[in-house]
Design a protein around this ligand. Structure first.
Ligand code: ZN
Length: 497
């Protein structure tokens, strides 16, 4: 190995250590920290983040990257250099003053959102968000793009994917999904009573601990804790933490949140450990990450074989509440679709309608077809167009998600891209693993996990997400596998009368 490579490695290790400290502070804040510690914690995080950013954009780093380009490198070193070069160029293209103002305005906008939502008052957020959209447009100009500013924003979360590609994919998905949702919901009865019984939170958590181990989450190299918003975080090699939230009026939410997060956590535990400090040791995109959580949550844990496995174990914990529920009733209960206002609690069938119209609104904002002032009304129009509902309160309308208040434009579409990828992956895994259904019926998921390790996790970031999915499926990424899966599942569950 060359001296230049060694120096790069040293710097990457330092950045990785700083990232690890930042993530641990975040995990602690979300799970353990007394709320009075918030202000001091925010400062500590900002200090570490600024230090890490400064170390990365250091001209010395640029010189080392240039130096490395002249050397003959292994395939892996080449792959790392390509990603490093890309990230470095992006980081130095945005002026420091803009980075600082973006951080400051998003801090203020987020604070305003936390007040605007309970007060149901968009005017508290509006001026901050209007400024944030202006700054994000400036950021897009600084970063550069092929066709339109939104390309630059999307690229921060889903590298290698263009706005035009995502737009075409969403149009195809919504074209198929809307009539399916209308047909299915016309035949859905009221939800069964047992879904809303009281369930002891401690027993819910005990069940979640058992379940994540059953799914091969390695608890010797990770943890499951409680937080208000479930999440997964990779602190460093050998330390992957996930959370869920018990809810005494909801049996399914904590359980399926734990499975969702386990999907994220299994991915993190399967990334190539030898490249942990390097760009190729991470995931290629948010969409790819979400494909893993969706696959385990929906295609695996909401399938008939797996719910048949789950029910008797759940009855052992909650004999009085669900002792009389049949496997058929249970399967229908965990797959009960309905029109709802809130994205995060939406079911598998209607979820992507929520994401679809958020994407349309973001595009309109960044194509200068919509102003922030007109956003609440545009939101309500889209909600009724896509889901046939109109929120009574703006708290359940445009103020329900925090993403836009922290400047995360281009993030929403990755939820649906992940769902599209998950359907492609599961269709391929099923075709290549005969007998998988019988294994799921016995709660055995190791062969599926090994398939994902080999085809996705172990590769880290060797390919952009879209390219990886195309390599695995042997064709272009389309929403058809997802539509086929949803059609087959829901028309069988709720056939037309
Ligand atoms: Zn997720």
């Amino acid at each position: 190995m060359s001296a230049t490579w060694d120096q790069i490695v040293e710097r990457l290790r330092e950045l990785s250590d700083l990232a690890s400290a930042i993530k641990l502070l975040h995990w602690d804040q979300a799970t353990m920290m007394p709320s009075a510690g918030g202000a001091a914690r925010a400062r500590a995080q900002a200090t570490l983040q600024a230090t890490a950013h400064g170390r990365f954009v250091d001209p010395e780093m640029g010189a080392l990257i240039d130096g490395l380009s002249e050397e003959s490198l292994s395939q892996e070193q080449e792959a790392n250099l390509r990603l490093l070069r890309r990230d470095y160029d992006k980081a130095v293209r945005v002026p420091q003053e803009l980075v600082r103002e973006l951080a400051e305005v998003s801090g203020r906008a987020y604070q305003a959102w936390t007040e605007a939502r309970p007060a149901a008052d968009f005017s508290l957020l509006q001026p901050h968000m209007a400024r944030l959209v202006e700054l994000k447009k400036q950021e897009a100009e600084a970063l550069g793009y092929a066709n339109e500013p939104y390309d630059a924003l999307l690229d921060q979360y889903e590298p290698g994917m263009t706005t035009a590609e995502v737009e075409a994919m969403f149009q195809g998905l919504l074209r198929g999904l809307k009539p399916l949702v209308a047909d299915v919901l016309a035949n859905v009865p009221d939800p069964p009573d047992w879904l809303g019984y009281r369930y002891d939170p401690d027993r819910q958590m005990a069940f979640c601990h058992w379940l994540v181990s059953q799914l091969n989450f390695d608890v010797t190299q990770g943890r499951l804790d409680i937080s208000p918003h479930p999440f997964t975080i990779h602190i460093g090699p050998g330390d992957v933490r996930q959370t869920t939230r018990p809810d005494q009026h909801n049996l399914m939410m904590p359980l399926y949140a734990a499975v969702h997060e386990t999907g994220h956590a299994l991915y993190e535990q399967g990334l190539p450990a030898e490249w942990a400090d390097f760009p190729i040791g991470g995931p290629p995109s948010l969409g790819m990450h979400e494909s893993q959580s969706r696959l385990w949550e929906n295609q695996v844990a909401r399938s008939r074989p797996f719910t048949d496995f789950l029910l008797p174990r759940l009855k052992e914990r909650f004999p009085e509440e669900i002792g009389m529920v049949s496997p058929e009733e249970f399967y229908r209960g965990v797959n009960h679709p309905q029109r709802t206002l809130i994205r995060v609690t939406a079911d598998e069938l209607t979820y992507n309608l929520h994401v679809g119209f958020r994407f349309e609104l973001e595009l309109a904002l960044f194509r200068d077809e919509l102003s922030v002032a007109d956003l609440p009304a545009a939101w309500d129009d889209k909600m009724s167009e896509h889901l046939g509902l109109c929120p009574d309160s703006i708290a359940d309308g445009v103020l329900q998600d925090m993403h836009w208040s922290i400047g995360s434009f281009g993030y929403f579409p990755t939820y649906t891209l992940g769902t599209i990828y998950s359907a492609v992956l599961f269709a391929q895994a099923t075709a290549q693993l005969p007998g998988l259904e019988a294994e799921l019926r016995s709660g055995v998921t190791l062969r599926l996990l090994e398939w994902l390790r080999e085809n996705v996790h172990g590769l880290g970031y060797r390919h952009d997400a879209k390219d990886l999915i195309e390599r695995i499926s042997g064709g272009p990424v389309t929403p058809e596998p997802l539509l086929d899966y949803l059609r087959a599942k829901y028309t069988a569950l709720y056939p037309s009368a």
